[in-house]
Design a protein around this ligand. Structure first.
Ligand code: MLT
Length: 413
């Protein structure tokens, strides 16, 4: 008899966002009036139109596809040279970071890459994740058989959880014990926290000393306003030897529906083979790409390239400015309710401590039922998120203002 991957049966409930959608649908079916005034501040999905420079580039690329001479079939799996070059030049080399064009791998999303990257690692690594954590890091390891069972609060045997709380500013400290793979996400989803240069340097030192690899998710780097905060792990000396970086066009260029991202795998990054020698990871990721992926579409890659034109850069800044103004409106609203608020200044997420004694899902139900606003329950990101909720700033200005007014009007006692 064919066997299924029983690791999937260890997964807890649904993936967080489909689970929220299920609950919102149940609410909407039972409350048509509430459904009509629903404002979604749950999933971090962009709302504003694609930049004009991006749309123009897509139109041009579509026209190219319409003529035999300029038609594009399969492209290079790793991405077209024009985009890999634009990324390496604009994101790294212009900031003094040496990243070669062929260390950039263009993909259809950071979420996919964060999951797929496990293909090139062994199954016997000790894996550390932050708590609260973007659920993809945990669930993909469960699926790959890297964990034991999960308990009722959602912790899986075999993973090392690094608690992030108000006391440590939601920045994980390096562990006492030895781990091999470390997921870090800064600016952080869900807490909106950022890590300083010194904090990231401590992680790089740890990784180098322990032959560990850091999987650095920087999908929200464009939201960093504070000039002292690093945008890339490669700003830290030595990180090229111990870190893979995930970046996305979803949250800066508004590409959640277009789908384009990239991952940097430095050629100097090596790991142990089963016989204990060191071998580089770059050829493995390259091989995986060529075998399991046919590359991102030409039109989409031209669209991403346009984000690096001078108009594109200005348009990205304007999108970021828009969402960060929403963040400050929503952050002030949550603060005016007498709640402790975190994040929201260098990240598009506001992380709010609910009233004592209320669970995250109780807060979710209250905010949905009484204010008809969808937020994300903090416990959905791990047990350390219990009692918190996350407000996403990805919305129209009108919705952000209305959501802020409704949150303010709630009785939080
Ligand atoms: C979130 O809301 O946490 C994000 O939208 C998740 C994602 O980008 O996949």
């Amino acid at each position: 008899m064919a066997r299924l991957n029983s690791n999937y049966l260890k997964l807890k409930a649904g993936y967080l966002f489909p689970e929220i959608n299920r609950r919102v649908k149940a609410f909407a079916d039972a409350n048509p009036a509430g459904a009509a005034r629903l404002i979604r501040c749950g999933i971090g999905d962009v709302t504003e139109p694609l930049p004009a420079s991006v749309r123009a580039a897509m139109h041009r690329a579509v026209d190219e596809m319409g003529a035999r001479e300029s038609f594009h079939g399969y492209g290079p799996e790793q991405g077209y040279e024009f985009l890999r070059h634009a990324i390496a030049e604009n994101e790294y080399r212009s900031r003094g970071i040496e990243v070669a064009d062929d260390e950039i791998f263009v993909s259809d999303g950071s979420k996919c890459d964060c999951g797929n990257i496990l293909d090139i690692f062994g199954h016997d690594n000790r894996i550390a994740v932050m708590d609260p954590v973007y659920p993809v890091y945990v669930d993909t390891n469960v699926m790959a058989g890297h964990t034991g069972k999960g308990n009722d609060s959602g912790l899986y045997e075999g993973l090392v959880y690094l608690p992030c709380n108000a006391e440590n500013g939601f920045v994980a400290a390096v562990p006492e014990e030895k781990v091999d793979l470390i997921y870090l996400c800064y600016p952080n989803n869900p807490t909106g926290a950022t890590a300083t240069r010194e904090q990231l340097a401590a992680w790089v030192d740890y990784a180098l000393a322990n032959d560990a690899v850091i999987l650095f998710d920087a999908a929200y780097e464009a939201y960093i306003k504070d000039p002292a905060i690093p945008h890339s792990i490669y700003e830290i000396p030595g990180a090229g030897k111990c870190a893979i970086e995930f970046r996305s066009f979803s949250k800066n260029g508004g590409f959640t529906g277009v789908r384009c991202a990239f991952t940097v795998v430095p050629k100097e990054l090596s790991c142990a083979t089963s016989s204990g020698e060191k071998a580089p990871l770059h050829p493995l990721w390259n091989r995986r790409f060529s075998t399991k992926f046919n590359g991102v579409g030409y039109v989409t890659q031209r669209a991403a390239e346009a984000l690096y034109s001078s108009d594109g850069k200005a348009e990205v800044q304007s999108l970021i400015g828009h969402y960060m103004e929403n963040a400050s409106i929503l952050l002030e609203a949550a603060r005016s309710c007498g709640l402790a608020v975190y994040g929201g200044t260098n990240a598009p997420y506001i992380w709010v401590r609910g009233p004592q004694g209320m669970s995250s899902w109780e807060i979710f139900d209250k905010v949905l039922g009484e204010a008809n606003v969808v937020v994300t329950p903090g416990s959905g990101f791990g047990p350390a998120g219990e009692g918190y909720f996350r407000i996403s700033a990805f919305n129209s200005r009108a919705n952000a203002l209305e959501a802020a007014a409704r949150l303010h009007a709630l009785d939080w006692k």
